[in-house]
Each structure stands twice: as structure tokens, then as C-alpha cells.
Ligand binder design. Structure first.
Ligand code: SAM
Ligand code: SF4
Length: 330
């Protein structure tokens, strides 16, 4: 397989996050506005064939890890067959999926059989009423069933993503971490990023503070683990626990120097940074007469312009974030 492309800061770019829809069956406060959103028209969303073609071109360029995300990827009708088609592409090392878990109990086995290596499931609370408050939908039970179905289907490890917000679910840091004593899951605490929620400043809790709280529960040992959705997670484990703890600090810690990611939005725009201001329109190329080589060249040109780092600590930069999370594909 070809070596992965590198950007102008010598970073190897080998990871593509593919958003396959901007639709979602939840309305998480940190991601979507309450009254829904102006969704892309169906004609704006890349078709199954277009997504598969872009995945194939990316893999032929040396991208070896693909994650399917959204919106909620499992609300898209052909999500399973898309996974199947991508999973069997020669040169791909891992296909993974991020989901809110609502539809996972129906799909876990199929995804596992289709060749999806791992699933990350978002879980911000263990309390049904808090789940309703955060996601604006009364579906905690369905998500928990989905988590159990993923475990039963053989996904290993099952990774749980938890966005911690002060005054909302920070009282559950210990209970969520405690899951690692009962299940072999990876519970990953993610810093709240400034996409949605008007009270961002007062809700933000830095990863260091989350870690402090965890250390008060008992000795935490450093553990091994791979790169992750928002950047490399720091991994830990409590003595005697079956699972691991991950700490992901996209805001307070600049792991931009080791960022290996590209993102493709459901409407076919390539973003080289989660917080990019610029996008490359691959959909127009796909729907025009562009060859695979032309598309690969456009992707390489975008990679060359991948920004060195984000400037989230600057409130003025935060105001320029051009798309909400559900529309980028977190
Ligand atoms: N719907 C799926 C889900 O919720 O897992 C996949 C898409 S969602 C945009 C991907 C991830 O982004 C989820 O783990 C979610 O918690 C995270 N996310 C969304 N908005 C966020 C924010 N403002 N700060 C931190 N993480 C966020
Ligand atoms: Fe939907 Fe995921 Fe955004 Fe929640 S975080 S609203 S589940 S896309």
C-alpha cells in the first residue's frame, strides 16, 4: 500500500472520518439546537456510490483508517451495506463507527459481521431523566440495550464517549468511571467543545480537573491505547478494573502536532481540521467529469493546507467555527 500522504508540517494523514448523514434521532444540547436544524436536501447528501468511491480513492492514497459518523450514522438506511463495502477494501486497516446507540441493538450484530472493528457509543449519563435533559429524547433504555448488544456481538473493546459539562453531568464522573469495574469497556471523558450551548464558558471542565476527580477514586495506572476521535486519548486503568479510562482534551491540550485526520461532511466537503474555516468541495468534482486522479489531487492540495493547530483558547476564533458538530461529523 502507498505511504500515507503528509502535510506541510510533516504529519502523516492516514485517518478519514466519513460523515454519512447530518440527521439525528437525538438533539444533544452540546451539538444541536432544540428546534432541529435546516437539514441538507437529499440531493445534497453524497450517495452510497459517491461515498464508496471517495473511500476507495482515499485508501488508494494511503489512508488506512476510516470511521463512519454523522449526525447519527445508523439513521441512514444503507449504513450497513456502506460499512460492508468499505470494510472489504484492500488496504484498509480498520473501519470503525461512532453512534449514539439508539439503533444499535438492531444493528450491532450486522455491523460486526460487516467487518466494523470497533464502535464508539456516546453515553453522557447513567440516569434516564438526565439523558432526557441532555439529549432531549427519552431513550436512555434503548441506548443501554444498544451498548449491551454491541458487547454481546463481540465488539472489543466497546468504547463509551462521555462529554462532561459542569452542572449537568459532572456529578456522574465517578459513576461513569465505575463502569470499568463491571464491564470491559473503555470509558472516555471528552472535553466539551464550543459548538453549541450558549453557556459554554460556565459549562466547560478541563481534562486535568476530570483526571483529578478520577484520581480521588483510587490509584489510576497509565495504560496503553491507540489514537482517537478527537486526538490521542490518554489511557488509564484503575487497579482491578476490567475496562480502561480515556481522557480526551481537544480544548485544553494541543495535540494538533500529531493530528492525522481528515473529515468528509455528508454533503461532500473535505475538512482538514475539526475547526476548519476552509473546506474543499469534493461533491462538485464527484458529480462532474473529474477522474479518481483529479479527486486525489484535490485531496492532496487540501492536505497541504491543513492548518498547524486550532486556536480554541481565543474566543474570537470560537466565533468563527463555521459548522455545528452534527454537520461536520464529530
Ligand atoms: N451521533 C453520533 C454520536 O453521538 O455518537 C455520532 C456523531 S457525534 C457528532 C460524534 C461525537 O461528537 C459524540 O461522541 C458526541 O458526544 C461528540 N460531540 C458532539 N458535540 C460535542 C461538543 N460540543 N463537545 C464535545 N464533543 C461533542
Ligand atoms: Fe445526534 Fe450525536 Fe449530535 Fe447527539 S452528539 S445530537 S446523537 S449527532
Amino acid at each position: 500500500m502507498p505511504a500515507p500522504p503528509t502535510d506541510s508540517f510533516h504529519r502523516k494523514i492516514d485517518y478519514l472520518r466519513l460523515s454519512i448523514t447530518d440527521r439525528c434521532n437525538l438533539r444533544c444540547v452540546y451539538c444541536m439546537p432544540e428546534d432541529g436544524v435546516a437539514k441538507f436536501d437529499h440531493s445534497e447528501i453524497l450517495s452510497y456510490e459517491e461515498v464508496v468511491r471517495l473511500a476507495r480513492i482515499s485508501i488508494s492514497m494511503g489512508i488506512s483508517k476510516v470511521r463512519i459518523t454523522g449526525g447519527e450514522p445508523l439513521v441512514r438506511k444503507d449504513a450497513l451495506s456502506l460499512c460492508e463495502s468499505i470494510a472489504r477494501m484492500p488496504g484498509l486497516r480498520s473501519l470503525t463507527l461512532t453512534t449514539n446507540g439508539v439503533l444499535l441493538s438492531e444493528h450491532a450484530e450486522g455491523l460486526f459481521r460487516a467487518g466494523v472493528k470497533r464502535v464508539n457509543i456516546s453515553l453522557d449519563t447513567l440516569k434516564p431523566e438526565k439523558f432526557l435533559q441532555i439529549s432531549r429524547r427519552d431513550l436512555f433504555g434503548r441506548v443501554w440495550e444498544g451498548i449491551m448488544a454491541a458487547w454481546r456481538a463481540g465488539f472489543s473493546p466497546v468504547k463509551l464517549n462521555t462529554v462532561i459539562m459542569a452542572g449537568v453531568n459532572d456529578d456522574e464522573i465517578e459513576d461513569l468511571a465505575g463502569l470499568t469495574f463491571r464491564y470491559p469497556f473503555h470509558v472516555r471523558f471528552i472535553e466539551f467543545m464550543p459548538f453549541q450551548e450558549s453557556q459554554y464558558e460556565s459549562r466547560f471542565i478541563a481534562a486535568g480537573e476530570i483526571l483529578e476527580r478520577l484520581r480521588r477514586m483510587g490509584p489510576l495506572e497509565e495504560a496503553s491505547g491507540g489514537g482517537d476521535s478527537f486526538g490521542p486519548a490518554l489511557h488509564y486503568a484503575f487497579k482491578g478494573a476490567m475496562g480502561k479510562i480515556g481522557i480526551i482534551s481537544p480544548v485544553s491540550d494541543h495535540f494538533c502536532p500529531s493530528c492525522n485526520r481528515l473529515r468528509l461532511t455528508a454533503d461532500g466537503k473535505l475538512r482538514t481540521c475539526l475547526f476548519s474555516v476552509e473546506e474543499t468541495d469534493l461533491r462538485t468534482l464527484l458529480r462532474g467529469a473529474a477522474s479518481d486522479q483529479d479527486i486525489a489531487a484535490a485531496m492532496r492540495a487540501a492536505i497541504n493546507k491543513k492548518p498547524e493547530k486550532h486556536h480554541l483558547s481565543n474566543p474570537a476564533f470560537r466565533k468563527c467555527i463555521s459548522r455545528p458538530m452534527f454537520s461536520i461529523g464529530g
